[in-house]
Design a binder for this molecule. Structure first.
Ligand SMILES: Cc1cc2nc3c(=O)[nH]c(=O)nc-3n(C[C@H](O)[C@H](O)[C@H](O)COP(=O)(O)OP(=O)(O)OC[C@H]3O[C@@H](n4cnc5c(N)ncnc54)[C@H](O)[C@@H]3O)c2cc1C
Length: 392
């Protein structure tokens, strides 16, 4: 395919890999430049809500993903005392309601499926160990300068998509050099073999335990053989990175007021890895020319709506739709930015609100729990129609 159809993508995370696949469906060639020498997923599990699984299914990936996923029957919201506050139905009800399933999966499995699809596409080139450092816009499109172990190399394309994540270099190059905002929360993650856990943690449900300055999420991954555990606590530790070791005894202390079952789960992993949580206040980026941003590079959000990856997947679908409809690349990129702004802003805000809601205690926590129980699971699911019912 002619170079005049080549689009360069900086970053091979969930967003960049999905964009490469959607763009080739729209008739483009994609060159993905990734700084890491190997594709390795940091983090453990990821929830893929119907708005994301619909896009993945349209890419023909559903059958490849299915052996690795679990479709949780519900989200069980628990008080730290161990009392169930509300059970939000997922499983068949969510699939029927939204026309696409709610899945949970290990990130490495999702990445492997995306990478295998990319390897099979003659229209996608993935260059690992290639760090994008700068770009220059000219009348034929864009020249990207990248650094490899052998030195610098130039890549030519008609457009550049910056999918380089939370700490995006290209975002700075596009005029926003402000650092992401620390949320005073750290997320601790571990994966535990399901066979070692009590039956209630092996059920096909997503568990969400709410408590004072701490909450806990768990769900099965690897087709149910392992359980992904994420504990989020209020914290001042804010070093960037994905894999700092966390001391198990520090975490145990933070969950002392939780029910014995939750404490038993927290006590199980021998190794925890922790990372500090950041987002950015919603801000409309206004890139110029044949350059745009995608995923966490443009709208990083806190994980309390489980939507950062889903929004990157949606971005990829809308970007390809806009470029498929309009031969004027720059106009298509502006249409994509416009189409995404309101929705991602809403998701960013909701995620931040949940960060506050989840850690309430005392009378405010009691009021929250009473309101959730009164609302009930079905109505709670309906509240997310705007999110899960999305279609490109
Ligand atoms: C605790 C936690 C739980 C979460 N749970 C969920 C969930 O359940 N559901 C959900 O949808 N989302 C979830 N998320 C959010 C989700 O993980 C992110 O939003 C998503 O991974 C962002 O994907 P991305 O492709 O935009 O960025 P990234 O995954 O960060 O990928 C960016 C890529 O760009 C590369 N890169 C960076 N700079 C350069 C450069 N200069 N040149 C070349 N390559 C470069 C990086 O190496 C990386 O591979 C969670 C996040 C956290 C922290």
């Amino acid at each position: 395919m002619a170079r005049s159809r080549s689009i360069i993508i900086a970053g091979a995370g969930i967003g960049g890999l999905t964009a490469a696949l959607t763009l080739t469906r729209a008739g483009y060639r994609a060159v993905v430049l990734e700084q890491a020498a190997r594709l390795e997923e940091a983090g453990a599990g990821i929830q893929l809500s119907p708005n994301a699984t619909r896009v993945l299914a349209e890419l023909g990936l559903a059958d490849r993903l299915r052996p690795h996923v679990v479709a949780p029957e519900a989200i069980r919201i628990m008080a730290r005392s161990g009392r169930e506050i509300v059970r939000v139905p997922l499983g068949a009800s969510a699939e029927q309601r939204y026309g696409a399933p709610y899945w949970v999966i290990h990130r490495a499995d999702l990445q492997a499926v995306l990478a295998a699809a990319i390897a099979q596409s003659p229209d996608i080139t993935l260059r690992l160990g290639t760090r994008v450092e700068d770009f220059a816009v000219h009348q034929h499109g864009v020249t990207v300068q990248a650094r490899t172990i052998e030195g610098t190399r130039d890549e030519q394309g008609i457009a550049l998509i910056a999918a380089d994540g939370l700490w995006s270099t290209l975002r700075g190059r596009l005029g926003d050099r402000r650092a992401p905002r620390f949320a005073q929360r750290t997320a601790w993650r571990a994966v535990v073999p399901a066979a070692r856990l009590m039956p209630e943690f092996r059920e096909p449900v997503t568990g969400l335990w709410l408590g004072r300055n701490a909450h806990l999420v768990h769900y099965p991954v690897k087709g149910g053989r392992e359980v992904n555990v994420v504990a989020i606590v209020r914290d001042d530790w804010n070093e960037p990175g994905w894999s700092a070791p966390g001391k198990p005894e520090d975490l145990r202390r933070r969950f002392e007021s939780f029910a014995p079952t939750a404490r038993a789960l927290i006590a199980m992993p021998e190794r925890w890895q922790k990372w500090a949580l950041f987002d950015r206040p919603p801000r409309r980026m206004r890139p110029q020319g044949p350059v745009t941003l995608l995923g966490d590079a443009t709208h990083p959000m806190l994980p309390f709506l489980a939507q950062g990856g889903a929004m990157a997947i949606e971005d990829a679908a809308v970007l390809a739709q806009c470029l498929g409809r309009d031969e004027d690349t720059e106009r298509a990129l502006r249409a994509y930015e416009h189409a995404r702004h309101r929705r991602v802003t809403r998701a960013q805000r909701e995620a931040r609100r949940n960060s506050w809601r989840y850690h309430l205690s005392g009378p405010l926590g009691f009021a929250r729990d009473t309101a959730l129980a009164a609302l009930g699971g079905d109505r709670m699911l309906r509240r997310y129609d705007w999110l899960y019912g999305w279609k490109v």
